[in-house]
Design a protein around this ligand. Structure first.
Ligand code: URA
Length: 239
């Protein structure tokens, strides 16, 4: 089953409040993972009283839950293994293994939660910072294979706000030959989703986004409302 096969209708029925649902954007497949454990962890992340150690632990757990959905289309190859009783047909992760790309600094807080589920994945690093005046993304560090031909990539960025940073990161991976990119964000703003959709409209490359929630809007400083504040500061303290 791929993301597009998932349930698209969100029910108001209290017995099934938490079902995956898709945002109807033409060019980017967006899955909002509604699940009671996801909602519980996200609520505690949002809470201003949550300290950094607890925030780090919950972000880590939340990523693993999101990664479970995000990797539905990860490529596998058929194999046969011998059980103590008989041959059994199954699958193994196909090569080349996926590349996981946390966007520094805050994306680092999502890395362990992702690699726990994908231990054979390789990890590349992309340092991007948002200019707080212009809200534009600048690249300040890269540590990635030059050739990403044929690679599935998973970009980790906790907050999809204006979309500038994530769009620049995704474009960077496409420029190096990545075939498909899935972004995992703890939270997204409607403005960021619309921006990503616009930038990659008709790009002909599959882009997916998996998130725990889509919030109301951005404020004048580019923060997600209600959001959870500055994800990097909440993870690592203010520097
Ligand atoms: N980056 C953050 O860390 N938080 C926001 O709300 C928006 C961008």
């Amino acid at each position: 089953m791929c993301l597009s096969d998932q349930i698209v209708i969100k029910s108001e029925d209290a017995t099934c409040r938490f079902v995956p649902h898709k945002i109807a954007l033409p060019d980017m497949e967006t899955l909002v993972v509604d699940h009671p454990l996801v909602a519980h962890k996200l609520t505690t992340l949002r809470d201003v009283r949550t300290d950094s150690p607890t925030f780090r632990r919950l972000a880590d757990e939340l990523v693993t839950l999101l990664a479970y959905e995000a990797t539905r289309d990860v490529r596998v190859a058929d194999v046969t293994v011998q059980t103590p009783v008989a041959p059994a047909h199954g699958v193994r992760m196909a090569k080349p293994y996926p590349l996981v790309v946390p966007i520094l600094r805050a994306g680092l807080g999502m890395l362990d939660g992702m690699t726990r589920l994908l231990p054979t994945a390789e990890v590349g690093f992309l340092g991007m910072i948002r200019d707080e005046e212009t809200l534009l993304a600048e690249t300040y560090a890269t540590r990635l294979p030059d050739d990403l031909s044929g690679r599935q990539c998973y970009v980790l960025d906790p907050m999809l706000a204006t979309g500038g940073t994530l769009a620049a990161a995704v474009q960077f991976l496409f420029d190096r030959g990545a075939v498909d990119v899935t972004a995992i964000c703890l939270l997204a703003a409607p403005e960021g989703l619309a921006y990503m959709d616009k930038v990659f409209a008709n790009s002909g490359r599959p882009i997916r986004l998996v998130t725990a929630a889509v919030d109301d809007q951005l404020n004048d400083s580019g923060y997600i409302v209600p959001g959870l504040g500055d994800a990097g500061d909440r993870l690592y303290g203010v520097v």
